[in-house]
Write a protein that binds this ligand. Structure first.
Ligand SMILES: *Cc1c(COP(=O)(O)O)cnc(C)c1O
Length: 470
């Protein structure tokens, strides 16, 4: 493709992008395709000769679009959002155009220095303590793995990095029963072993019980094990439960255990002063993360990862082969040494575009609107006493089920609620997902898409009510 064609097609694609956002509500939110339906439409063999952009773009529109689930649809109420926004997408286009690989300062000083500033901006916006140092990671899963490796290496004075596990203590780690599955995955990858992860029981609001945490630690110590790592979750994935950070932090201090805070989703709400009580005690943490790619209008991927001890982070990941040495290594951040991957995308540009376009107040307004809409949804839904609230509403996620007075059997209730969800999702008009809370099949509605407004919530309520009238 020559540059003059690139220019022409880029304009076409830009028009398509604007049309997409303008007409997004015409698409089914959840892709309505059967397994392998798309696969079978893609030829078995790659083309020997190049094809025209016209035919590629036509297939994109006809084949690929049919199998897309539309995360930017305002009636996307599933999982947690992965919000994009126009300025974020524009930045992403520029990033892709330059295709810079930002592994060290020299490979694009702007990328390194903008990242440093953006992490400072986010820390200010969220009142993350000023002595925390931030770096962008791809996902929360990776950031937690980094934290775990830092803890492991700090404890062993970097000996597992050197010698492997031969003489290592048997470590244990702790999280609540409601902690995200990525913690368990990371425990496996970091070599701690899944059976050494203790899942601490939760209270009626699904928050970790700090007394139980301390009990578990004492028990492990008595067995000669080495408690290494605690994850406190601020905003659990099932129900946005808030673990009591300060109390957990005090336990960690007492036993000198690494405290990691997973605020992947709820961390975005820390831009709202009225929600910051949720991270009271954050100064006791060793590491902290949240995902601007979920709720801060910065398209996937972008995780903000903070550590208190920058030297420990760098020492854990540092490599310095001859071919990567530069004369500036002492004065600049080479983010290759701040995480797992060598090559890095220029993600800070997306944040910069988003934070400048909306401003802190603009973002606060959007998040507050989502919180209000979630309250409105709950108010309307629970006017009908046959709907049961399953978990406290701490942010913009409502966990509920339909429980008509005459049905008591848990199995039957599960079937009824599953059917409601499947029917709603099959309509293509809305998309919501479920979880289990203490074994109860629970519907989750997250009201947090960039473009959601009250009409979408009213529509969702009407669709739910139509289901139960059947
Ligand atoms: C979404 C989520 C994660 C995982 O996020 P990724 O960035 O996809 O790895 C981890 N923890 C919590 C609490 C989450 O909500």
């Amino acid at each position: 493709m020559n540059i003059s064609n690139f220019r022409k097609y880029a304009h076409q694609v830009a028009d398509w992008m604007a049309d997409y956002y303008e007409h997004i509500e015409q698409y089914p939110v959840l892709a309505q395709v059967k397994p392998k339906e798309i696969y079978e439409q893609i030829p078995e063999n790659p083309p020997q000769r190049g094809e025209s952009f016209e035919s590629i773009f036509a297939d994109f529109q006809q084949v690929i679009m049919k199998g897309m689930t539309h995360w930017q649809h305002p009636s996307f109420f599933a999982y947690f959002n992965a919000n994009a926004s126009p300025p974020s997408v524009l930045a992403e286009m520029l990033i892709a155009t330059m295709g810079a690989q930002c592994m060290i300062w020299q490979t694009s000083p702007s990328a390194a220095e903008l990242e440093e500033r953006m992490m400072e901006w986010l820390a200010q916006m969220c009142e993350i303590p000023a002595d925390f140092h931030g770096v962008i990671q791809d996902t929360a899963s990776t950031a937690t793995l980094c934290a775990l490796l830092c803890a492991r290496e700090r404890y062993t004075n970097y000996q597992i990095n050197e010698k492997g596990f031969a003489n290592s203590p048997r470590f244990t780690a702790y999280c609540s029963e409601e902690t995200h599955s990525s913690i368990e995955k990371d425990i496996k990858i970091a070599g701690l072993g899944k059976e050494n992860l203790r899942k601490i029981p939760t209270d009626e609001a699904f928050a970790m019980l700090p007394e139980q945490l301390e009990e578990a630690i004492k028990k492990d110590l008595a067995l000669g094990l080495t408690p290494l790592f605690v994850t406190a979750t601020i905003g659990s994935t099932s129900s946005t439960a808030i673990d009591p950070l300060r109390k957990i932090g005090e336990v960690c201090k007492k036993y000198q255990i690494w405290l990691h805070v997973d605020a992947a989703y709820a961390g975005n709400a820390m831009i709202l002063p009225e929600k910051r009580y949720m991270i009271d005690g954050v100064e006791l943490a060793d590491s902290y993360l949240f995902n601007p790619h979920k709720w801060l209008l910065t398209n996937f991927d972008c995780t903000a990862f903070y550590v208190k001890d920058k030297g420990n982070l760098i020492r854990t990941f540092e490599i310095l082969p001859e071919y990567l040495k530069t004369k500036n290594d002492q004065v600049v951040n080479n983010y290759r040494d701040w995480g797992i991957q060598l090559g890095r995308r220029f993600r800070a540009l997306k944040l910069w575009f988003v934070l400048r376009t909306y401003g802190v107040e603009g973002l606060q307004n959007i998040l507050r609107t989502h919180l209000q809409l979630a309250n409105y949804f709950a108010e309307q839904l629970f006017k009908n006493p046959d709907f049961e609230l399953i978990a406290p509403i701490s942010l913009n996620l409502v966990c509920f089920r339909y429980k008509p007075a005459h049905v008591q059997d848990e199995q039957v209730l599960e079937v009824i609620n599953k059917k409601i969800m499947d029917n709603l999702n099959a309509s293509g008009k809305v998309f919501l997902t479920h979880t289990k809370l203490r074994g109860i099949f629970t519907l989750r509605v997250v009201i947090g898409q960039t473009f959601v407004n009250q009409s979408h919530v009213d529509n969702l309520l009407a669709l739910i009510n139509a289901q139960i009238e059947k």
